[in-house]
Design a protein around this ligand. Structure first.
Ligand SMILES: Cc1cc2nc3c(=O)[nH]c(=O)nc-3n(C[C@H](O)[C@H](O)[C@H](O)COP(=O)(O)O)c2cc1C
Length: 183
């Protein structure tokens, strides 16, 4: 358990998969094990609570949307790891992004795009495009692919894996540097 009160930098991690055994969520849990003491990573757990985006509801009171926007506002940076479905971004993740196009929580926000599958190039490219048009600050040096498909590694095993942990730690360092230079 990380102590948020001691943290200098707060990151919000979003997995595009709702699966209990998601490799993308596992990757984000591994990231949490590798963060330095002054960094805290919260994994967003409300993706499946967000209503379908409707611009007519943007001004309506919705606790799930308000909590999501609040978590984004509190975060110094974002880490997104998403699967690819039918060469696209999962609907639940695109829906979450659509909710903050107008409100602007991602404008200027440093984002690391992680990928748990080297095959998932279409979703990654699409996410890149969407985040760019939303004026998020994609940190390319922090955006990496870790080939987890078929490995069945748990977060601790990923964090202990010499190659994976080294790459993830570099990505975290680059994201934190981008956040610091953004302040
Ligand atoms: C409906 C469906 C469509 C998929 N389409 C693609 C695809 O177009 N390209 C791809 O690389 N993988 C595709 N996959 C495989 C998933 O991206 C892959 O299983 C991924 O690891 C799932 O992520 P998760 O473990 O975080 O849930 C698809 C899987 C499902 C269930």
């Amino acid at each position: 358990m990380q102590a948020a009160s001691q943290s200098r930098i707060k990151l919000l991690a979003i997995s595009g998969s709702l699966r209990q055994t998601s490799s993308n969520t596992t990757l984000l849990r591994a990231v949490r094990l590798l963060t330095p003491e002054d960094v805290v990573v919260d994994i967003y757990a409300g993706l499946n609570q967000l209503p379908h985006f409707n611009p007519e509801l943007e001004d309506a009171e919705c606790a799930a949307v308000a909590d999501y926007c609040n978590q984004l506002q509190q975060a110094d940076g974002l880490i997104i790891s998403s699967p690819e479905y039918a060469h696209g971004v999962p609907g639940v993740l695109k829906n979450a992004l659509d909710w903050v196009v107008g409100s602007g929580e991602l404008v200027g926000k440093p984002v690391a795009l992680l990928n748990a599958s080297p095959r998932a190039t279409h979703a990654l490219a699409s996410l890149h495009e969407t985040l760019t048009v939303m004026m998020a600050k994609i940190v390319e040096e922090a955006s990496i692919t870790i080939p987890l498909m078929g490995t069945k590694l748990d977060p601790a095993e990923i964090a202990a894996h010499p190659d994976f942990s080294a790459v993830l730690q570099i990505a975290l360092t680059k994201l934190v540097q981008a956040i610091d230079s953004n302040k």
